[in-house]
Design a protein around this ligand. Structure first.
Ligand SMILES: C[S@@+](CC[C@H](N)C(=O)[O-])C[C@H]1O[C@@H](n2cnc3c(N)ncnc32)[C@H](O)[C@@H]1O
Length: 276
């Protein structure tokens, strides 16, 4: 009943929002559906990795407004919480005016990206129709470029600073993907880089599970068809000296093999031999 009520309210309100992902690599990683949403929108908000991608979105729709200016401009100190709140406000305001709005974000619009989720939640609470279309995320590119099926051992995917600030339990038998490694330990939400010292704290933390000589991978997916991905292998202990950018992701392969859970196998009435 609640669902029917919200649907009927939504149908009375003309404005609507679709959040779409444009993938990482220019023009080729967007779904047919997401591209058609962009082409047909009254207004498109966009957050793209570079000027090439911005110009490509502008060729799809003549009413594109970049969300980039909401970030701190040269010399300005601005908390990213304020940036994200202002982005959400801008999007929600246009939907309330009755427009068909698209928010086009690079990668997957809802993976390690809060603006789309918040705008959708707010608009749905107000009775508007708002939804998200999936996109190709950095992690989807990572598995493809590294030639790894994460199913072999399972994987954990965590924002680097969150991993440092909170107790997270890690399985060294699984892949670990640390997002926003270039911001690791940046707690003020006003800077766009980490430091040698913060990365050293991260290395010390990771040492609980991994040897300092363990090979880790700094990954950057190509954002242009003419580029190759960055796949730099280095020892964990060398991470603080590594060149990190705002698009770097750290992938840590397992340093242990999976161990059988004999207790559960016994409950299932089988032994490790039964698993081949
Ligand atoms: C705010 S998150 C946005 C993620 C994006 N929504 C996605 O689906 O990939 C930014 C982080 O994504 C990762 N990232 C973004 N672009 C990347 C790229 N070209 N290659 C590898 N990782 C990337 C990095 O960890 C970066 O710090």
């Amino acid at each position: 009943m609640k669902d029917m009520d919200s649907k009927s309210v939504a149908s009375q309100k003309k404005g609507r929002l679709v959040c779409v992902g444009t993938g990482l690599n220019l023009a080729g990683q967007i779904t047919v559906l997401s591209q058609s949403y962009i082409e047909q929108a009254d207004l498109v908000f966009s957050l793209m990795p570079d000027g090439f991608a911005e110009r490509w979105v502008k060729r799809l729709n003549k009413n594109v407004r970049s969300l980039q200016p909401f970030y701190a401009q040269k010399g300005e100190v601005k908390n990213r919480r304020d940036t994200y709140a202002q982005m959400v406000d801008a999007i929600v305001t246009e939907v309330r005016l009755g427009k068909q709005v698209v928010c086009a974000l690079y990668g997957h619009p809802g993976v390690f990206a809060c603006v789309g989720h918040r705008a959708i939640e707010q608009l749905q609470n107000e009775g508007y129709f708002a939804h998200m279309e999936p996109g190709v995320s950095a992690e989807a590119c990572l598995w493809a470029d590294l030639g790894v099926d994460p199913a072999t051992s399972g994987h954990q995917s965590i924002e680097a600073s969150q991993f440092m600030f909170y107790q997270q339990s890690i399985s060294p038998a699984a892949y670990l993907v640390l997002w926003q490694i270039g911001l690791a330990g940046e707690y003020t939400l006003t800077k766009f880089h980490t430091s040698f010292d913060k990365l050293q704290v991260l290395v010390n933390l990771l040492q609980q599970w991994y040897p300092l000589e363990h090979e880790v991978i700094l990954y950057e997916a190509a954002t242009l068809p003419i580029q190759s991905p960055r796949i730099d292998k280095l020892m964990l202990k060398d991470l603080p000296q590594a060149r990190l950018t705002d698009i770097s992701t750290l992938c840590i392969p397992p340093c242990e093999t999976l161990q059988f859970n004999h207790q559960v196998l016994a409950q299932l009435g089988i032994t490790a031999n039964d698993l081949g």
